[in-house]
Design a protein around this ligand. Structure first.
Ligand code: WT7
Length: 635
């Protein structure tokens, strides 16, 4: 997307109706923001007090070892205490926690009581395989209720989950297993997608072959096709859960507020994915507060966060925070347009979804099929909409607002990151909206757009988006690599002690923030973060490729697509057969989301004299734009 497309449309404002504002949890954003900033620690302490603790904290924030901040120090909790245990002691025991629809059309529902018992059984299964507090468990599954249960079961017994999105392949999975040193993997035989079976267990077999650390693989039966089970290593979940050991009663492990809850891998500047680490205490407080206030969640809502639980959006806003709030969530397994482009709209109508939170890439994808598909359905249950993952083009925003929300539903365009744990810059139902802007910071969050010296830039000028003070949902470190954590996020503005987001942004005259995009080597494809280095290493691991460079090029539906430039080894011919082989290779090694839409064979790559690939030059060439300053280009 070009920058001009995101220039603030002058004077285009949308205001929520009085009814929405007056009934919202937060009817006055400005007042709440001021109140929070006046004393940030007591603000978060009040929020933490709305949750249950085994033992209250001694101090709210410990900055003595910054940037290794600690929140709610001395507090004892477990996210499962707030997400499940406390609800089964109240009327919510009989409330629906989860409604699920599989792609083939099968359905399941779970009350809080039922989910609680299933999670307890799952926890006991994990214990029976020797999983203990602090152990890492890798989860690689499709969007089925057992994925939610597997995560909660790990949390309950104090194990640290590492969910790897089902769109990643062998090597990516193996790298993540290796980095986390997971001895146990939870997977499924397969997942349904567009009427086909994605053979997840086969991918796990290959990844485990490459990572000898794995001792046990738990396989949940979903698609029912034939899979290879290795004796002594692989177990069917339905066999384990039928054993007497899998009782529906399980003590919740008492955790320190700062004990790790999960690792989630995300792409950064170098090839190796970063294991972003979140903890039990601060993350519970932050995700539940942000969801309650931004999406105004109430007991009678039917909440649908249409992301994948394998990404941070799903961790925070499908699994953990809706359960902490005692909400009813909807989860759907498959593709939005299967078997027809009305699949989502049929489900909104049928399940009476009141809040739909999705991504620009999905909105653009569904918009392409025209208005007739959504117009066949009664979407009047909807009251709020949301977007996340990349800047939403004003055109897609207007379509979502008009055709889906019937001009009644405000759109919450939430800016945040895997690292931030929850929403950071976002409207609330009481904030005036401008299509394409994530609007204003969440209460308690201090953000700014600054130049390289740390000076705030004037309205309308591009700069680096920074976060100036710590917040409870922040990442605590990069798993196993604290130096990289410091170097990546806390070094650019070390003197000031600010967190570097890696995004460039602009403020307008009203103080609204407009995200422009990443300024590191990260490409957002369909809202998913991919490192150029990950795709490049994948290409170079093919025997024909000597060197490669990849760039992101704007695409109408997917936000960006990948173009790859390859220098071949002697003896290889750059032709369509090789192109297809390379695409297949990437699909296998990195995953379907990383497959380049264009591969060009070249003799040289533009590089600086120090040997850094100038992706900016490739991008300009690909888009037919001027190549800019070439003074550092090697001859
Ligand atoms: C990057 C973080 C946070 C959940 C999903 C993505 C981009 C995210 C927005 C938005 C403009 C956005 C940023 C950010 N981004 N939301 N509403 N408007 N850009 O998490 O994979 O960690 O990616 O996504 O560039 O840095 P993630």
């Amino acid at each position: 997307m070009t920058q001009q497309e995101f220039a603030p449309p002058v004077g285009e404002w949308y205001y929520p109706s009085e009814d929405i504002v007056n009934n919202a949890h937060v009817p006055d954003y400005e007042a709440l923001y001021r109140e929070a900033m006046a004393d940030v620690e007591s603000f978060w302490a009040r929020r933490a007090d709305s949750l249950e603790w085994y033992q209250r904290w001694d101090s709210v924030l410990d900055s003595s070892n910054a940037p290794f901040f600690k929140w709610f120090v001395g507090g004892k909790t477990n996210i499962a205490l707030n997400a499940l245990d406390r609800h089964v002691k109240t009327w919510r025991r009989n409330k629906l926690a989860l409604i699920w629809e599989g792609e083939p059309g099968d359905r399941r529902t779970y009350s809080y009581w039922k989910l609680y018992r299933e999670v307890n059984k799952f926890s006991n299964v994990l214990k029976s395989l020797g999983v203990r507090k602090g152990d890492r468990v890798t989860i690689y599954m499709g969007r089925i209720p057992e994925l939610v249960m597997a995560m909660l079961a790990c949390a309950k017994i104090g194990a640290v989950h590492s969910v790897v999105y089902g769109g990643f392949s062998e090597q990516a999975l193996a790298d993540r297993i290796e980095d986390a040193q997971s001895r146990v993997i939870i997977t499924t035989d397969g997942a349904w997608l567009r009427g086909n079976i994605v053979r997840l267990k086969d991918v796990v077999d290959e990844a485990v072959r490459r990572s000898p650390v794995v001792e046990s693989v738990i396989v949940v039966k979903r698609t029912g096709h034939e899979v290879k089970m290795e004796q002594g290593r692989d177990y069917w979940f339905h066999d384990l859960v039928a054993l007497p050991i899998a009782s529906p009663i399980c003590e919740t492990e008492v955790m320190d507020a700062e004990d790790p809850l999960f690792i989630l891998y995300t792409s950064g500047t170098t090839g190796k994915p970063k294991g972003i680490l979140h903890t039990h205490g601060g993350y519970s407080v932050y995700t539940s507060t942000t969801l309650q206030w931004v999406f105004d969640l109430k007991d009678d809502d039917r909440w649908w966060c249409a992301a994948d639980p394998g990404w941070i959006t799903g961790h925070s806003y499908i699994v953990y925070s809706p359960l902490i709030l005692g909400a009813t969530s909807f989860l759907y397994e498959g593709a939005p347009n299967f078997p027809y482009p009305n699949r989502w709209w049929r489900m909104v109508e049928e399940y009476g979804i009141t809040i739909l939170y999705t991504a620009p890439t999905a909105i653009r994808g569904l918009m392409r099929f025209g208005d007739a598909w959504p117009n066949r359905h009664d979407l009047s249950s909807l009251r709020l909409l949301g977007s996340v993952g990349e800047p939403i083009n004003p055109e897609a925003w207007r379509w979502f607002h008009k055709v889906i929300g019937k001009e009644r539903c405000p759109i919450m365009d939430t800016w945040w990151q895997t690292e931030t744990g929850g929403f950071m810059i976002t409207p609330m139902p009481s904030v005036g909206l401008k299509p394409g802007s994530a609007t204003r910071p969440f209460p308690g969050i201090d953000v700014d757009v600054v130049d390289e010296h740390g000076q705030s830039v004037a309205a309308g000028v591009d700069g680096n988006l920074v976060i100036k003070t710590p917040w409870p949902g922040m990442l605590r470190t990069i798993y196993g690599d604290p130096e990289r954590f410091v170097a990546q996020y806390w070094t650019a503005y070390k003197a000031q002690g600010w967190y570097l987001t890696g995004d460039s942004a602009r403020k307008d005259e009203d103080g609204y923030i407009w995200i422009i995009g990443r300024n590191d080597d990260v490409i957002k494809v369909s809202g998913y973060r991919l490192g150029t280095a990950e795709v490049e290493s994948g290409l170079v691991s093919h025997p024909a490729v000597a060197e490669s460079a990849v760039i992101g090029v704007p695409d109408e539906v997917r936000g960006n697509v990948i173009y790859a430039y390859c220098i071949l080894r002697a003896g290889f011919q750059g032709n369509d057969t090789l192109r297809d082989q390379l695409k297949e290779h990437i699909r296998h090694e990195v995953g379907p989301i990383a497959v380049p839409s264009k591969i060009e064979f070249v003799d040289v790559l533009p590089k600086t004299r120090s040997g850094k690939i100038m992706r900016r030059v490739l991008r300009a060439r690909a888009m037919g734009q001027p190549e800019g300053d070439l003074s550092t280009l090697e001859e």
